[in-house]
Design a protein around this ligand. Structure first.
Ligand SMILES: Nc1ncnc2c1ncn2[C@@H]1O[C@H](COP(=O)(O)OP(=O)(O)OP(=O)(O)O)[C@@H](O)[C@H]1O
Ligand SMILES: [Mg+2]
Length: 365
């Protein structure tokens, strides 16, 4: 065994920055967070992604200490903080409403937390505030009243106010949702840069898939209080573990079928080998994974379908087909010669690699 292999073999596992274990919280009869377990590593930028009302904010508030779970534990840097309030946790939260003190200047807003903590001299506070304002590029606005700022500038100050406390874990709740698209993209760039520069652990709540994929190295997809999948963006997209994840993230063709004796029938004359119990299944294939033309490799399947709609979308062409069963298939093509237009009603062969599709047992998840 090589020296390096020996070293890695005996290295202790990294202590997670955040460990949630079997976390549960109900509001009356409503289970808002349902058995959530999650390990977030130091330096991770995690996005919690899910539809409105699925429990994202509740989960973040549990993490920040603003709510106490009915069951389960929260560890930060290896210490159990489940019963500790926000002020005792090494976390800081940036809420969606910026919540700046309106009668104070930018500098007063950002220095407030440090003054309350009472651990730094005025000169240290000044330095740390300047540094935090530098990170969000707001130095020139330090003496400005916080009422005299645009939404994007307020957002930056709110971020500086959390960053100045040097939290081990920074919690952000839909922090960019109120910004217009251009400013939002700009702030997404800034957030990535800040994360690289300070190297802490960020947890960012959003219902926007593009934002989650752009920012995060790991995405937790949440549905009805549960985390359905926690993985890198490419795995979430290409290897969704449930139908919900497959359809919430990106476009997907979902095709109903039946598995019997290791063979799945999806209609339109197709039979596929697939291991698993007998019963109804759903097959997911992304529109960009459907090709025009017959399969010749043997690693793919082909079916015949009629073109019923085509839409030019700039960087790609979106085609809708009807199979012989009447089922619709959506394919997107981005390598078509310019000006290509097909006649509606044309019959074409569609094929896709079997390795690109996912088969979900229906009723299982
Ligand atoms: N204080 C509360 N009392 C009662 N029910 C609550 C409370 N806070 C949240 N809920 C309910 O818990 C569920 C989860 O709410 P939460 O705010 O966590 O959702 P969310 O995923 O952040 O949604 P959004 O994307 O709309 O912000 C919702 O059904 C909500 O109505
Ligand atoms: Mg919310």
């Amino acid at each position: 065994m090589s020296y390096v292999a020996a070293m890695t073999e005996f290295q202790p596992l990294t202590t997670p920055a955040v460990r949630l274990s079997a976390l549960r919280l109900s509001f009356g009869a409503h289970l808002a967070v349902d058995d959530v377990s999650l390990d977030i590593l130091p330096g991770d930028f995690v996005a919690i992604l899910g539809p409105s009302g699925c429990g994202k904010t509740t989960l973040l508030r549990l993490l920040g200490g603003f709510l106490t779970p009915d069951q389960g534990t929260i560890e930060i840097d290896g210490a159990d903080v489940t019963s500790q309030g926000p002020e005792r946790r090494p976390t800081n939260t940036v809420f969606q409403g910026y919540g700046l003190f309106p009668h104070m200047t930018v500098r007063q807003n950002v220095s407030y937390g440090l003054k309350i903590a009472g651990r730094s001299t005025p000169a240290e506070i000044r330095d740390q505030v300047d540094q935090a304002l530098g990170l969000v590029r707001m130095n020139d606005f330090a003496e400005r009243n916080s009422r005299a700022l645009s939404g994007g500038q307020q957002q930056r100050v709110a971020l500086a106010r959390a960053l100045v406390m040097r939290p081990h874990v920074l919690l952000l709740d839909e922090s960019l949702a109120a910004l217009d698209l251009k400013l939002r993209h700009q702030m997404q760039d800034e957030l990535r840069r800040i994360h690289r520069e300070i190297g802490g652990t960020f947890v960012f709540v959003t219902h926007d898939q593009n934002e989650a994929f752009f920012l995060a190295n790991k995405v937790a997809v949440m549905n009805k209080g549960r985390i359905e999948q926690f993985a890198a963006p490419s795995d979430i997209y290409h290897r969704p573990s449930t139908r919900f994840v497959a359809t919430f993230v990106g476009e997907a063709n979902v095709i109903e079928g039946r598995r019997e004796n290791g063979t799945v029938m999806i209609g339109d004359g197709q039979f596929l080998a697939s291991s698993g119990p007998d019963g109804p299944v759903e097959i997911m294939i992304r529109p960009e994974d459907i090709r025009l033309g017959k399969d010749v490799s043997g690693a793919a399947m082909t079916l015949r379908a009629t073109l019923i709609d085509q839409v030019f979308q700039g960087s790609f062409l979106k085609l809708t087909f009807a199979g012989e069963s009447g089922r619709h298939y959506v394919a997107t093509l981005n390598d078509e010669p310019r000006g290509t237009a097909r006649a509606l009603g044309e019959k074409l062969d569609l094929s896709w690699d079997i390795g690109r599709m996912r088969v979900f047992d229906k009723g299982a998840a």
